[in-house]
Write a protein that binds this ligand. Sequence first.
Ligand SMILES: [Zn+2]
Length: 342
Amino acid sequence: MTKLLPTSTAGSLPKPFWLSEPERLWSPWKLEGEARVEGKQDALRVTLAEQQLAGIDIVSDGEQTRQHFVTTFIEHLTGVDFEKRETVKIRDRYDASVPTVVGAVSREKPVFVDDAKFLRQQTKAPIKWALPGPMTMIDTLYDSHYRSREKLAWEFATILNQEARELEAAGIDIIQFDEPAFNVFFDEVNDWGIATLERAIEGLKCETAVHICYGYGIKANTDWKKTLGSEWRQYEETFPKLQSSSIDLVSLECHNSNVPIDLIELIRGKKVMVGAIDVANNAIEKPEDVAETLRKALQFVDADKLYPCTNCGMAPLSRTVARGKLNALSAGADIIRKELAA
Ligand SMILES: [Zn+2]
């Protein structure tokens, strides 16, 4: 990117009401068969237009073709039985009924590559595409085959690398891996989590990102945040190792959060997607609120490496609120661009 402070979103954006029920996370599809295929493509066009109207520089599919940021990817793999469900604790936080790994996992055909090609045809703007990270994938499953979190993570890393290489060939500029699990399982992150992420990006020439957040604004997450105290120092555990990894960008939750902003110093040298929009409430930020968060971040990130972003995905918000937040993000970034130019 040659533009200073290029804006983007962490990933998901609201879906139109005719595709799935709005303001609901993991909302089921309203359309079937051919109508669903066409509906998803139309939703991609709509979400792209909304981002461009708001002046977002690095656009995405807004995850319009997936119901869940992890399981929709896993649904396309073999070795996982979606009928056989077990209850597990997701990220040590809340119980969920999840599918079971019953055999060797593999990817027999591309998952999002056609969607990525479709989006590429619609725009010349830089595109970022999100995939789940290996550690977050294993944390959303019950494993009765490998019986080793690490072993399964390495298998998923290989599969993710296959998908990522094809997304790159389809013209994606930045491939992002979502790893909220990096804020929970610190020993595993340092033992093999970052190593499996490196496996997932092996051989890629496009830019790569990792998104590490405190989750969507759902009750299980907001309740968990209340237990974290006045300073959230989770990033401190993983940043030193991330700093020496080959990941290009790190996407973080910063706005309205108790993350001490100086922790960003630990990844000096990386491009940082600074979350300057709170996705856990409906209040639309003022451009000056966004600018203030970016100003604080600028003490620890060089201006040419600062990428204003949202804290996390906005799928559960209304389209009006999401639109307002995107506009605020653009306007806030613009304030800082002008200050830097002055
Ligand atoms: Zn997130």
